[in-house]
Write a protein that binds this ligand. Structure first.
Ligand SMILES: [Fe+2]
Length: 85
């Protein structure tokens, strides 16, 4: 669940394909396009992506990772910049 205007910062998943299925609300990826309920976004392994929720309503997404069984348990999100302190 993303509250309005929430952004999942730019990151990638090493060796993992990630898919987002929009269940309610709407989102954009890299501020390009609007993905309404029923939309599917597919991010290939190592592909940087940033998800932002609509500014007026929350967005509910189903998220799935697919990859080699050895990579899934140890998977970490790799951010393009360090968190603010
Ligand atoms: Fe991701």
């Amino acid at each position: 669940m993303f509250t309005p205007r929430t952004t999942d910062p730019t990151h990638c998943h090493q060796g993992i394909t990630e898919s987002y299925f929009c269940l309610s609300g709407s989102i954009s990826e890299h501020d390009v396009g609007v993905y309404a309920p029923g939309s599917l976004i597919l991010n290939r392994p190592d592909h940087p992506h940033r998800i932002t929720a609509n500014e007026r309503e929350p967005a509910l997404l189903a998220d799935a990772w697919v990859g080699h069984p050895e990579k899934l348990p140890t998977q970490k999100m790799t951010f393009s910049r360090q968190p603010r302190r």
